[in-house]
Design a protein around this ligand. Sequence first.
Ligand code: ATP
Ligand code: MG
Length: 400
Amino acid sequence: MNKDLFLQAAPILQEIQDNGYEAYYVGGAVRDYLMDRPIHDIDITTSASPDEIEGIFTNTIPIGKEHGTINVVYNHENYEVTTFRAEGEYEDHRRPSEVIFVRDLYKDVERRDFTINAIAMDNQFNIKDYFNGYSDIQNKLIKTVGNPYERFNEDALRILRGLRFKSQLRFEIDSDAYKAMQEKIADTEYLSIERIIIELRKLLEGTDASIVYPLLNELQFFKYVPFFKSFNTSAIEIKDPIKLELLIAIMSFKQSSNISLSMLKISNDSKKKIQKYITLFNKLPDIKTKKALKVFVYDYGISTLSYILDMKDTLAANQIELGHPLIFNIESIDEINQNLIIRQRSDMMVNGKDILESLNQKGGPWLKDVLRNIECAIINQEIPNQKSEIINWVKTHVEI
Ligand code: ATP
Ligand code: MG
């Protein structure tokens, strides 16, 4: 089991204890450690108040002080140290705005979502497991801390988180919890789209996404989610873990809809990726020759194309066919990529201004087409990437 990250953080726990308070590792890191899975970030929970933590350590950042979280910078690493909290009243099935700091670990773990996430561990690697999370880990079971109806009623995101953990950890959902999910699923309507997207991404990228995605449909989850509610999500099939952007592109490509991506509040980068996949699907049927593949590799790049190839089972399940395997295969794409004469527009030895000057013309929509034709001709090695040669080619080939 990989103890490295815990050992690196151990002096922080020790320091807190030396000052007379309790401190534990908690949450995903403890769960993943006990499962012998890779650990990413370590969360520390403590009986010390945020002010007391700031008093103990010299280098701190109050990133979420009102919620009890102080970042402690130690050996150039950031550690989130959060004061034991009990949660106040829930409103609208979302997380409460009010935060109550407490001195009792039990109260803190009692408000956590699942038993597997409610295990605390001290710097001697002793666990405090009030809700038998360790036995649920061994039985591969996702069970809420306490009554699932109440816990999902308090915060409907837990429904999606439970499904996300099933996908990532390949666990089963306890049958009472699943029944409660069925009953409370409509409350996901109250959640912010940002919180949904964070969990949905993790769910879709989880090992068992192909099993959990149909459960989302069975629960009719997407009915309550902006954007997705406009699609027949049951008609889409997932064969492997998938990036959110690719799933959205498949849906949009298969079931054209006018609904705007802006409802999802995802980054512009994500939106661009989705558009890129959609144009790619539209062009795929035209990739019948090596020559066509060259420009395709230039336009979409090897990382996107190799990802698309990795996802061919899911694409095929949704009737999106890749080109013939003799043409569209990773070896050909790799070879073309290594030998590309230019990789981007700016690698061309001429720009729009050069063209206008050489033809003595004013700009217009035609210029875009000319630049694209030059670009393709260079990629296909019909003209060398040299200014004088390109200008000559333009003069003989372009009619305005
Ligand atoms: P990951 O490995 O993906 O980070 P995680 O279990 O650490 O998984 P986080 O979202 O980082 O998940 O949350 C940290 C911990 O906070 C959880 O393990 C759980 O104890 C608690 N938690 C997070 N979200 C909720 C919630 N909505 N309701 C109750 N407890 C929660
Ligand atoms: Mg975490």
